[in-house]
Design a protein around this ligand. Structure first.
Ligand SMILES: CC(C)(COP(=O)(O)OP(=O)(O)OC[C@H]1O[C@@H](n2cnc3c(N)ncnc32)[C@H](O)[C@@H]1OP(=O)(O)O)[C@@H](O)C(=O)NCCC(=O)NCCS
Length: 406
């Protein structure tokens, strides 16, 4: 049996659509493909052929992800699929390895993905490296803690107002880890619409303007009507961003005034103050959710591209990485924090700290402390102070959280 892995040719995208649509149980027809054209235009397609026939595939978006507010190029892996009769033969594993080389050549030192199968990707060096809480509440049972009047007002906006929303998002993301630098295309096809919705339906977006007219927050949400007789709806709050107290309180009240809603749910940050902003936090259901998986595709450029944590000490440690899927990362690295930058170069000799590439992915963005990796047996320390130094160098300012599903 001969296998081949390569970029898909334009005349193969129909077949690739079939493989993806079958695997994700979406519309396999030409119309279904039409609704996904934007994805074909945004992400590079790779296919695996067995005896000349495409049986597995994936796509790679060209993104930049913020790490403590600094953009680092990232290959966003998506549409990973293999037809059922070809599964468990290692084909997707082969594709993922191939894609690591492609991303490295394309200058993408990081890779991210979203999946319900973390065990699969961890084998190839990705690791859950961000989290969410799924907040849900019945708006009738929740009252804001503060009854102080808020200055400003919420108004629904259209796609034309994208610059306004973008400006708020940029300020919100300034020091965060996980958000993408959103292109115009992304705003159009993945914010105002859901990226994998082939009907291309618009979400509702409302912007908060302060008394002086300045935009300081927004909500983006979708409403699903329920069954008769009352058709009480569920609202998926896709984004809730507020830069000021007035915007936070005002947008919260705006959402709570959706009276025919029995549930509002939001995949929001763990450290969001929502539970304190309401009168009775027991009325908020909160469920822990894994969020994005991250992979360090290229040690040297990934470490160099991110800043050390604010206030991190100067110093160096040697880190031993084992990485079967990306052998160029394998070995000992001297990681140095100096003059407000980070450096990584291959080194000789024994390492202070040893871990798998997947473990390092979660350490890299500050999702897991190196000392916790040691404490749980996921890393081995030859020198106790090295893990503590790594904790301080890689600390995030906010808990890592991907804001852009793909
Ligand atoms: C998930 C899917 C892509 C796996 O494809 P595949 O070709 O069967 O995967 P491989 O054979 O290359 O498996 C590689 C390794 O991952 C493991 N693996 C495969 N699917 C897995 C899963 N769902 N969960 C955990 N591990 C999995 C395999 O056992 C294998 O491990 P091993 O080498 O130690 O034996 C395929 O089942 C599929 O298309 N599913 C439907 C769509 C989907 O879920 N896509 C992924 C969304 S992120």
């Amino acid at each position: 049996m001969a296998t081949e892995i390569r970029a898909a040719r334009p005349d193969e995208l129909d077949r690739m659509h079939f493989v993806v649509a079958y695997s994700f149980t979406t519309d396999r027809t030409a119309e279904g493909r039409e609704g996904m054209r934007h994805i074909e235009e945004m992400a590079a397609p790779f296919v695996l052929l067995e005896d000349g026939e495409i049986v597995a595939c994936l796509r790679v978006f060209d993104f930049r992800m913020l790490v403590n507010g600094v953009p680092v190029p990232m290959g966003g892996v998506s549409s990973v699929a293999c037809l059922p009769e070809y599964r468990r033969k290692g084909y997707v594993g082969m594709l993922l390895r191939h894609t690591l080389e492609e991303m490295r050549e394309a200058g993408q030192p990081l890779s991210g993905l979203y999946t319900p199968h973390p065990a699969l990707y961890r084998k190839y060096g990705w690791m859950v490296a961000a989290s969410n809480l799924r907040y849900s509440f019945n708006p009738k049972q929740v009252t804001p803690y503060s009854s102080a009047p808020v200055r400003g007002r919420a108004a629904r906006v259209t796609e034309e107002d994208q610059p306004l929303v973008e400006q708020v998002f940029r300020r919100y993301s300034e020091r965060r880890t996980g958000p993408l630098v959103r292109s115009e295309r992304w705003w159009k096809d993945a914010f105002f619409r859901r990226i994998y919705d082939d009907k291309r339906g618009l979400s509702d977006v409302a912007v908060w303007r302060e008394g002086d007219g300045e935009a300081t927050g927004y909500v983006c949400y979708e409403t699903d009507r329920g069954p008769p007789p009352f058709r009480l709806s569920k609202v998926w709050l896709r984004e809730f961003v507020a830069l000021t107290g007035d915007a936070y309180q005002g947008l919260l009240r705006y959402m709570l005034s959706h009276d025919l809603t029995e549930e509002i749910f939001w995949f929001g940050p763990h450290d969001d103050p929502l539970a304190y902003a309401v009168d009775d936090s027991y009325q908020l259901k909160r469920e822990y959710m894994d969020n994005m998986m991250l992979r360090v595709v290229d040690m040297e450029s990934a470490v160099t591209a991110r800043p050390p944590a604010l206030g991190a000490p100067e110093g160096a440690l040697s880190l031993g990485i084992s990485d079967a899927a990306a052998p160029w990362n394998q070995g000992t690295w001297r990681i140095e924090s100096s003059g407000g930058t980070l450096g990584a170069r291959k080194a000789d000799g024994a390492a202070d700290l040893l871990m798998e590439a997947a473990t390092f992915a979660a350490v890299y963005d500050g999702f897991m402390k190196a000392s916790d990796a040691v404490r749980s047996g996921l890393a081995e320390a030859q020198n106790g102070s090295a893990a503590l130094l790594a904790d301080r160098i890689f600390a995030p300012e906010y808990l890592p959280r991907g804001t852009d599903f793909f």
